[in-house]
Design a protein around this ligand. Structure first.
Ligand SMILES: Nc1ncnc2c1ncn2[C@@H]1O[C@H](COP(=O)(O)OP(=O)(O)OP(=O)(O)O)[C@@H](O)[C@H]1O
Ligand SMILES: [Mg+2]
Length: 267
């Protein structure tokens, strides 16, 4: 059994009288790639932001590697957790290089050359051309900004990566490429990932486990296979229905079909 990386214990979150999460329990093993999907406003972003302390629970507790985040130093916690969100989250007054090296250069003040080559490495991994190095965020396309954001999140070599609809704003082709790149990075690093998406195909393609939420409640938490073959609620059944129709074939081939979009060969 893999150790538990993230654990929500009876977490409650409310804003005034509005309850967003109620008795929310979730256990994520180290090295798991969890995709989170559910209706708008159901609490996905809230769950993600609670992991790195950007939102405090109203009740219950959250453990990271077995330790309550209430007892943790927030700066140390966030240094170990990469966070990539949709939209422009880059520092607008910094170049691509400065954005990506923001954390490594903090940690690596003495060795500028090491930081430079780390930036090159991450730019290569996320598919950014070297010539973009000196550009500012406003001089980049949406997809390029997204890649810089992912490179920056990864450059700190975090144990946990939180991604909130990171590929929401990019075109289909770029999205497919980013998915493949992320899948490979995940396999190479053994990082634990929480990834919010609105797209069930993306959730099934990337996730080793999928968390389906509706109205602050967990509908199902299981492997792609479990969701497709044994949807726990009508909500899940409806969600995966279309995916099943694409893949009318014997059960043992179903999963292969779901993953066939991901190119597993190393770059
Ligand atoms: N600061 C706040 N004050 C009051 N209500 C809030 C606050 N932040 C979030 N909410 C409410 O909490 C609920 C959950 O929000 P959350 O951002 O987690 O949803 P989500 O699942 O990420 O939705 P989406 O898919 O639209 O991004 C929503 O109903 C939202 O309106
Ligand atoms: Mg959200």
């Amino acid at each position: 059994m893999m150790a538990t990386a993230i654990e929500f214990k009876n977490v409650k979150k409310s804003y005034g009288s509005k309850v967003v999460l109620d008795e929310f329990c979730l256990s994520v093993s180290q090295g798991e790639f969890v995709t989170i999907i559910g209706s708008s406003g159901c609490g996905k972003t809230t769950v993600l932001k609670m992991v790195n302390g950007l939102i405090q629970p109203s009740g219950g507790d959250i453990l990271i590697n077995g330790q309550s985040i209430r007892q943790m130093d927030m700066i140390a916690l966030r240094r170990n957790i990469g966070y990539a969100i949709q939209g422009s989250v880059l520092f607008p007054h910094m170049t691509v290089e400065q954005n990506i090296s923001y954390v490594p250069s903090l940690l690596n003040k003495k060795d500028k050359q090491k930081t430079k080559s780390a930036v090159s490495k991450w730019m290569r991994i996320v598919g950014l051309d070297e010539e973009l190095r000196g550009r500012y965020p406003y001089e980049l396309s949406g997809g390029q900004q997204q890649r810089v954001g992912i490179a920056r999140a990864l450059a700190a070599s975090p144990d946990i990566l939180l991604m909130d609809e990171p590929f929401g704003a990019v075109d289909e082709i770029t999205r497919g490429q980013l998915q493949d790149e992320l899948h490979q990075i995940y396999h190479k690093t053994g990082i634990t990932v929480l990834f919010v998406t609105h797209d069930i195909s993306e959730a099934l393609k990337l996730g080793t486990k999928i968390l389906v939420m509706d109205q602050g409640k967990i509908q199902q938490y299981g492997t792609p296979q479990e969701l497709l073959q044994h949807p726990a609620t009508p909500f899940v059944d409806h969600l995966v229905e279309k995916e099943r129709r694409y893949c009318r074939m014997p059960e043992e081939q179903l999963i292969h079909c779901q993953y066939s979009g991901v190119n597993d060969s190393s770059t």
